[in-house]
Design a protein around this ligand. Structure first.
Ligand SMILES: Cc1cc2nc3c(=O)[nH]c(=O)nc-3n(C[C@H](O)[C@H](O)[C@H](O)COP(=O)(O)O)c2cc1C
Length: 406
């Protein structure tokens, strides 16, 4: 009997099981087995890890080395944090400097010649940044003060391996390393920022004329400066501006009925789970890409181009369709779509009342931080703690008032 036939009768029990399983992570795992709602995500996370570790190669040769690229990005970021630490330790990164140098050497090997001319721009920027940071790192540390057995010798060998790869890239040491920001006047006030936030609305009606690609590219440049966990930037803006493709892809989403015909342009924001070696980071594609999306939309708006986020539902048929149309790999997850165009001045936008400040923020509310009575009688039960995420201790109080105003 196939698994789905076996599971079918159990699906009838869904409401009952949902109530039973909702409070227990273990039982909840069993519950979702029945629905399969997370199946593609599970597969995508695994597939991403396999690409990351090199167990599966990415679709084409250029992408085959994505694992070491993301390792290099993450670890270069970690080295920069070590370099700016106060006080800086005489030896740090002992547990990951080896894989960092390996990834840098792999990048240099890809260049396969004396100059960086053979690296594409992305790899060239990565080589410049990681090279400068590794150079500063080996300058800053003092291997002689390493206390772990064998570490001093390993660091010396790694420095040699790095120096040889750096030499093969034939580049000068540059300034892609920790620096002091220019804190002079920015020229943008809070009121400017608020005005921009109020001007940007989800716009669904556009003038029927193309958007200059330079406007889109400039907006993506701004988006690239968004925060990103360990600076991995595990996403791509796939831009469509040919009417047929825009309409076809726009109509795969669910929330575009009635207006997908008038989008001059459409972005499919795609997250790449291959950026991570562990399932613990599986949500970061959504966080990083959404932060970038917001910056992108603001940057469009200041150039006179409006936009609207479009929800991407995790519905099997639609995932299969967009995967086929866009040739996505299993770890490439659609985060959202964003339509864009010059706004039609006669088009209305919904008022979309925003929540009040008091609804959106609370200061210092963490009942779990209150002193915990230690008697048996008030010890939190395991189940109650799991369900709420904070210990169910009677008498726990907020450490500060929830109704401060600013
Ligand atoms: C993740 C996300 C998905 C959205 N999906 C859709 C959608 O499918 N269709 C649509 O018309 N608007 C969509 N929107 C736009 C929201 O309806 C809109 O942001 C919200 O009503 C607030 O309006 P405002 O953006 O003008 O402030 C989406 C917004 C977000 C952030």
């Amino acid at each position: 009997m196939s698994l789905s036939r076996f599971l079918r009768p159990l699906k009838k029990l869904r409401p009952f099981l949902a109530r039973r399983c909702a409070r227990s992570p273990r039982l909840a795992g069993f519950f979702w087995l029945l629905s399969g709602d997370f199946r593609r995500e599970h597969a995508g996370v695994l597939y991403g890890q396999m690409i990351h570790t090199g167990a599966i190669r990415g679709r084409d040769e250029l992408e085959a080395e994505d694992g070491p690229r993301y390792t290099l990005r993450r670890n270069t970021h970690r080295l920069e944090k070590g370099l700016i630490m106060r006080p800086r330790r005489p030896v740090f990164a002992g547990d990951y400097i080896g894989e960092t140098v390996d990834a840098y050497v792999a990048l240099a090997d890809r260049a396969r010649c004396d100059t960086q001319a053979d690296l594409d721009e992305g790899d060239r920027l990565l080589a410049a940044w990681s090279g400068d940071v590794l150079h500063r790192y080996f300058e800053a540390i003092d291997p002689a003060s390493a206390t772990k057995p064998g570490l001093a010798e390993r660091l010396t060998n790694l420095e040699d391996a790095f120096a040889s790869a750096h030499k093969s890239l034939n580049v000068e040491v540059g300034e892609h390393a920790p620096y002091r920001r220019d804190l002079g006047p920015l020229g943008i006030s809070y009121d400017d920022m608020l005005a921009l936030a109020k001007r940007r609305r989800s716009v669904r009606w556009y003038e029927q004329r193309p958007v200059d690609r330079s406007i889109v590219d400039r907006a993506i440049r701004v988006a690239a400066y968004s925060p990103s966990a360990c600076n991995r930037q595990p996403f791509e803006f796939r831009v469509f501006d040919e009417p047929e493709a825009v309409h076809r892809i726009g109509s795969i989403a669910m929330g575009t009925k009635g207006f997908s015909d008038n989008f001059p342009g459409l972005v499919v924001l795609v997250g790449k789970l291959r950026a991570y070696f562990d399932a613990r980071d599986r949500h970061v594609i959504y966080i990083d890409a959404s932060l970038a999306a917001m910056a992108f939309q603001f940057a469009l708006e200041v150039q006179g181009v409006s936009s609207c986020c479009i929800n991407w539902p995790d519905v099997r048929s639609r995932e299969v369709e967009i995967g086929r149309v866009m040739d996505l790999e299993p770890d490439e997850r659609v985060i959202m779509l964003i339509s864009f165009g010059h706004p039609d001045p006669d088009g209305l936008v919904p008022f979309s009342q925003k929540k009040s400040l008091d609804e959106l923020r609370r200061y210092n509310v963490a009942p779990g931080l209150a002193p915990q009575p230690q008697t048996e009688a008030v010890k939190p039960t395991r189940e109650a703690s799991t369900a709420t995420g904070v210990p169910a201790t009677p008498g726990a109080v907020a450490v500060a008032s929830t109704s401060q105003t600013s």
